[in-house]
Design a protein around this ligand. Sequence first.
Ligand code: KG4
Ligand code: ZN
Length: 353
Amino acid sequence: MNYYLRMKEKFENLKNKEDVIILAVESSCDETSIAIVKNGRDVLANIISSQIEIHRRFGGVVPEVASRNHILAISNVFEDALKEAGIDKKDIDAVAVTYGAGLMGALLVGVNFAKGLAYSLDVPLIKVSHVHGHIAANYISHKSLKPPFMCLMVSGGHTAILNVEDYNKMTMLGSTVDDAVGEAFDKVARVLGLPYPGGPEIDKLAESGTKKYNFSVSKSLNKTFNFSFSGIKTEVVNLVHNKKQKGEEIDSADIARSFEESVTDELCSKVMRAARQFDAKQLVVAGGVGANSMLKSKLSQMCDKCAIQFYAPVLRYCTDNAGMIASMGYFMMKDGLGLAQLDLTAKPNVELK
Ligand code: KG4
Ligand code: ZN
């Protein structure tokens, strides 16, 4: 039987196998990660080699530097994952990989590693969208969580509201028309002189600040589920530049607090409106900005009032990791989706739904 048909048959057979072990590879940005997950929910290993320290001196991710460091790290990350999971290579039933969205060169390292591994183990290769992976971070964090739910997707590359009807069926209700919310956090942090990545820094700093400034988000999108964050980002940048020019003190904590309050209010009000309109019983936050403490606390309080169950991934699964890719790969396999061949290539942009 030729390779293509053999993989198709093996992929089909996995649907009915009692225990399915998926090894996943994630290298879309500045984290080289390999995870081994059983039945989509049980994480046996989730190794993350972060390049944050390397990119910090540049104030952001340098794509070429990221690709080179993925190459340096990936084999060790793989060995560590096998060791931590305590399994042998032959126990792996399928290999899942992030094929997009992300940095082209960085993605290619993971995609090529995954292809080589799947071929050598003679197991199916599953291509997973990074953004869908972020949603699945909730399946490994909350063992009984199942669709349907309303999802607020907030990362460094995406900001959207998704009505998730089933594991592989979702409708995008709205998205950002310009910057992703994580991008706005990172730019505001940068102008305040905080290190990369800026989101967690703003989160910490805002705790000691007060909402002194009334930064605003565009009202023109009020009736939609779309977002715009470039205006508020520019407002903050201009304020800081003006203060610097006048030699005034930069009250960073108050600026961080005011920015975070406005942005989280905007995210919460739109996703809650979506949840009410679609009569959602559960609300799920996904992506790196899902780690934000103010966002989680506001959403959790609002959901309580509306008798909606609120979920956020545990912190280590919020930002990029391969555990979430393995989980999504499992639920795709269950629906017969995502089987890739050896001509799989990376895609910098992947449609959200
Ligand atoms: O999901 P992610 O790891 O990567 C992408 O897929 O983009 O998200 C990274 C983004 C960065 O912009 C980072 O600053 C932001 O998530 N982030 C946060 C927090 N932790 C990470 N933003 C706000 N508050 C946080 N605690
Ligand atoms: Zn991500």
